[in-house]
Design a protein around this ligand. Structure first.
Ligand code: AMP
Ligand code: MG
Length: 416
């Protein structure tokens, strides 16, 4: 069988990322399911959640103090008569209306009574608690959140595509949603390749390597709201590899690892080309992860074509290329709106020198505390060094034209 040639398309990091984002933007949303609110964190909401009441539902006092008419305290010092107390949750009927010269003791989170338009601290309370003295000027609205200022009844609190973080969960609870419609998790097939790769339970021969990529990818997939489907390790043999690729294309996304470099037994691209795959790129000018492949492949008898990534087999390359390229596609398949990749910045602890030409994502440690954070590279043996990468808590991002960065300079980092 003559191996079809896959033309080499090696893009800059930014162009490769753009290609991925463009494809992700065209992915249609998945099916939905209902989950209870306690299981909804980290899922992607698939319904519009409307506020069933104004938020806050009443003018809310933001502190313990005295509800007053601001006009009464335009001239200070002013003495006011205390006509009652309002606790949080006070029955509506029991809330007094206050008139000129009056104040009412009020607690944080309690409804501000009609007539009052400010909540104040007092400088003096008479021993019987009947009178208070205010000696600081108070403007209208002080320490009160007006009814509906946070959200109006009927307004959208959550919209489809939003990943449910703690605040979103709190909003759903506030709106009385004990169950939420979320998008189904996309299935992501994981296919590790390589004659030397053996199962995690195997006792490896001296020259064999246990499969770690399938497991690191499964962890990353779960974190991005996907459901990993681990396939058996594929040998570097076209027929077996093809059978497993065909199996993998039954999932919504296929991630292969290994077999995408220029070696004689790197067969992934060749087998995908035999299956008439479309290739968007076959490399990106990054390190680690240069041989990363992205494309789409359909099987005549199995519905629509599916996206695939051929991730380089070196374990750190696999992790980095998943983060940079596979994650946005997975997030789109999970119903999330396209998100930009944003780097944070920190000061470099000690000078680094690298060869120019590639954008680098180097395992690094962000340390320090509060505003005083610093980053430094983890010494490593290259993109196969899982042990060094496990000690890292971020990647230091080095621009392709940058050969040296001095200690103390601000550098970009990508958290992990
Ligand atoms: P490859 O991309 O197939 O040339 O593999 C590059 C390096 O990554 C080789 O040293 C492989 O042994 C190693 N490697 C490939 N796949 C895996 C895997 N699934 N788990 C751990 N190491 C791997
Ligand atoms: Mg290999």
């Amino acid at each position: 069988m003559s191996a079809p040639q896959v033309p080499s398309t090696v893009l800059s990091f930014e162009d490769a990322r753009r290609v991925v984002e463009e494809q992700a933007a065209n992915i249609s949303v998945p099916a939905t399911e209902s989950v209870d609110l306690l299981s909804a964190a980290g899922r992607v909401v698939a319904e519009v959640v409307l506020s069933d009441r104004d938020l806050p539902p009443f003018p809310r006092s933001t502190r313990d103090g005295y509800a007053v008419r601001s006009a009464d305290v335009a001239q200070v010092p002013a003495t006011l008569n205390v006509v009652g107390e309002i606790r949080a949750g006070e029955k509506f009927e029991r809330i007094p209306r206050i008139s000129a010269g009056q104040a009412v003791s009020i607690m944080t989170g309690a409804p501000v009574p009609n007539g009052a338009d400010a909540v104040v601290m007092v400088e003096y309370t008479s021993p019987d608690g009947q009178r208070v003295e205010i000696s600081r000027n108070v403007g209208p609205g002080e320490n009160i959140v007006p009814r509906g200022a946070e959200a109006k009844e009927g307004s959208a609190l959550l919209v489809p595509g939003l990943c449910l973080n703690d605040a979103a969960i709190a909003l759903a609870a506030t709106a009385g949603k004990s169950h939420l419609m979320v998008y189904r998790r996309p299935r992501v097939a994981v296919l590790a390749t390589g004659d030397e790769i053996v199962d995690v339970n195997a006792v490896p021969e001296p020259t064999q390597i246990r499969n770690s990529n399938s497991y690191s990818l499964a962890a990353q997939i779960r974190e991005a709201d996907g459901e990993p489907v681990l396939l058996p390790v594929a040998p570097d043999e076209p027929r077996a590899l093809r059978r497993l690729i065909e199996q993998g294309l039954e999932s919504e996304l296929l991630l292969l690892t290994g077999g995408v470099s220029m070696g004689r037994y790197d067969l992934v691209e060749q087998v995908l080309a035999e299956l008439h795959a479309e290739f968007f790129f076959t490399g990106a000018k990054i390190q680690p992860g240069r041989p990363v492949v992205f494309g789409k492949c359909g099987l005549a008898d199995r519905g629509s074509s599916k996206y695939f990534f051929g991730l380089p087999g070196n374990p750190v390359s696999t992790m980095v290329t998943f983060e940079l390229f596979a994650r946005p596609v997975l997030e789109a398949l999970a119903g999330q709106g396209a998100r930009k990749l944003r780097f944070l910045h920190a000061r470099l602890k000690s000078e680094i020198r690298v060869k120019t030409g590639l954008r680098r994502f180097l395992p690094a440690i962000l340390s320090g505390e509060f505003e005083d954070s610093q980053v430094e590279l983890v010494p490593w043996q290259g993109s196969g060094d899982i042990a060094a990468t496990a000690r890292a808590n971020c990647y230091l991002v080095v621009a392709p034209d940058c050969g040296r960065i001095a200690a103390g300079e601000w550098v970009a980092i990508m958290m992990r």
